[in-house]
Design a protein around this ligand. Structure first.
Ligand code: AMP
Length: 224
């Protein structure tokens, strides 16, 4: 196996983005985070952004038919030939089926679904304290990772903001949506033999080490 076609699963705030960034560095893979793609579309004021915004602000999922094409066109793109890291997609069974179909049409298959788990109370603590720099999306936490100058990014000095969907009432809704619509994917990928579980309450470095070891094992197994 040369390709690494990876998806990251788990509740918002479990640390999927942090792990994805490390995997992208480790394996030089393109990274497609649907939340980031949609937020960029909202900023650009594109048609996609206009449709997505009201769902995002309400903590709901954007409809499957809107998001599937966005992801599949990237998975099919020239820079994803050696694999990809998907973060935040799929989030529903129909999205997982659409991805499966797209990947197998390309004569490929998913390598693993990496589930980074964290309990609701931890997710709420992490998301409600999260602050993002308004220029380059550098991430901080008011309690666990505060910037040197309160309210401003250490790296580019821009003001820190709270994502609209990190407000308490929206976090509760996002968690509800996660449990109702995304957790069925755990069983889906477990049945497919692709699920690998990681404890998102551990230090990011520990989670990363565990993921790397798992990928190394998968690679060895596929060479047998
Ligand atoms: P995230 O940054 O991954 O937490 O995503 C932020 C918001 O974008 C979500 O709460 C949804 O409204 C929307 N979104 C991101 N990915 C998807 C997806 N795969 N399907 C539907 N909506 C999504």
């Amino acid at each position: 196996m040369i390709e690494l076609n990876l998806i990251l699963l788990g509740p918002p705030g479990a640390g999927k983005g942090t792990q994805a960034a490390r995997l992208v560095d480790d394996f030089e893979l393109p990274y497609f985070a649907t939340g980031d793609i949609l937020r960029a579309a909202v900023t650009d004021g594109s048609e996609l952004g206009t449709v997505a915004k009201r769902h995002m602000d309400a903590g709901e999922l954007v409809p499957d038919e809107v998001i599937c094409g966005v992801v599949i066109e990237r998975v099919d793109g020239p820079n994803a030939r050696d694999g990809f890291v998907l973060d935040g997609f799929p989030r529903t069974i129909p999205q997982a089926e659409a991805l499966e179909e797209a990947v197998s049409k390309l004569g490929r298959r998913l390598t693993a679904a990496l589930l980074v788990e964290a309990p609701d109370a931890e997710v709420i603590r992490r998301l409600s304290g999260r602050r993002i720099c308004s220029k380059n999306q550098h991430t901080y936490h008011v309690e666990f990772d505060p910037p040197k100058n309160e309210g401003f990014c250490d790296q580019d000095g821009s003001p820190l903001i709270q994502r609209d969907d990190d407000k308490p009432e929206t976090i509760a809704k996002r968690l509800e949506v996660y449990h109702a619509q995304t957790t069925p994917l755990i069983e889906y990928y477990d049945t497919a033999g692709l699920l690998r579980r990681f404890d998102g309450t551990r230090l990011p470095t520990e989670v990363h080490d565990h993921i790397r070891a798992t990928i190394a094992t998968l690679r060895l197994e596929s060479d047998l």
